[in-house]
Write a protein that binds this ligand. Structure first.
Ligand code: DQA
Length: 144
């Protein structure tokens, strides 16, 4: 069975209570259960992780490279400025693995500082603006 790693950056553990007008009312636990259900339908296995720590996120990307696992990544605010995270994402895609950058909101319709992603250029693809469906769309694509 194919494994897919779903990684989440800072503040995404607060889904449901954090700016619900932007991120919706579903919680991080709701995201977890919805992805597990879809994974079962698609006959893949998903592992969902979240951290507020840049170094930890980078370590998980290194492990994905070593274990040859495709990644769905919501880099959260790191999207906009973390060159270290970008370099780790580049290791994933240059290893021939897929990395889908996802966002719950559409950062391009928000504040100017969110319009730039330092990750997108090294991602396989980007899905943004569909709420938690952004993750489900990415999972469907990687399950192919
Ligand atoms: C986000 C968008 C980012 O700008 C923000 O910092 C986040 C969440 C999203 O999923 O819409 O934390 O990545």
């Amino acid at each position: 069975m194919k494994n897919i790693l779903v990684l989440n950056g800072p503040n995404l553990n607060r889904l449901g209570s954090r700016e619900p007008d932007v991120y919706g009312s579903a919680s991080y636990a709701d995201l977890a259960s919805s992805l597990s259900e879809l994974a079962a339908d698609l006959a893949v296995s998903v592992e969902l992780k979240q951290t507020n720590d840049e170094a930890e996120l980078i370590g998980w990307l290194h492990q994905a490279v070593d274990s040859k696992i495709d990644v769905i990544l919501n880099p959260a605010a790191f999207t906009h400025y973390s060159y270290a995270l970008r370099d780790a994402c580049a290791m994933v895609t240059t290893a021939g693995l897929k990395l889908v950058e996802v966002h719950i909101s559409n950062p391009h319709s928000r504040e100017e500082f969110r319009h730039k992603s330092v990750i997108s250029a090294v991602a396989t693809g980007v899905i943004a603006g569909f709420g938690l469906d952004s993750y489900r769309l990415a999972l469907r694509q990687l399950a192919h």
